[in-house]
Design a protein around this ligand. Structure first.
Ligand SMILES: [Cu+2]
Length: 145
């Protein structure tokens, strides 16, 4: 009986460790927002690193500072720049995916208050295993690289 109780405790502890490890396998690096004038949507860029052995998918974004945040991909169509909405962005195991100008990005619309370069914007990224990563990203001017 005592052994059973001990096993239960060990099992619970292992479950906790497993959860903690899953939560720490994703890292956000170099997150920033490109601000554009004239109420144009802002774009969010970041590197998502997956240090874990399990492939992950970014399935959505949310911001306390914008009414709407979507996953987008820029592409060349008939020689001109365009972009489209994507449902998810894969982050393979032991790899990084880069959201950068000209490729994947977050599209941020409907600012809830005036936002300008120098500000910080709160972003949370949602993944297919239910994990959410929150971060504060600096807002940079339109000509930032
Ligand atoms: Cu876009």
């Amino acid at each position: 009986m005592k052994q059973f109780a001990l096993n239960a405790v060990v099992y619970a502890a292992l479950c906790f460790v497993g959860t903690a490890m899953a939560a720490s396998s994703l890292k956000l690096e170099h997150g920033w927002i490109r601000w554009l004038p004239a109420n144009l949507p802002a774009a969010g860029y970041v590197t998502i690193r997956n240090d874990g052995g399990k492939p992950m998918k970014l399935i959505g974004a949310e911001s306390a500072d914008y009414g709407m945040a979507m996953l987008h991909r820029s592409a060349q169509k008939n020689g001109s720049d365009s972009m489209e909405r994507v449902d998810s962005i894969a982050v393979p195991a032991h790899e990084s995916v880069v959201l950068a100008p000209g490729g994947y990005h977050l599209m941020l619309m409907e600012p809830k208050h005036p936002i300008k370069p120098g500000d910080t914007v709160r972003i949370s990224l949602h993944f297919d295993d239910g994990e959410a990563l929150q971060a504060a990203w600096p807002v940079r001017p339109a000509n930032a690289q």
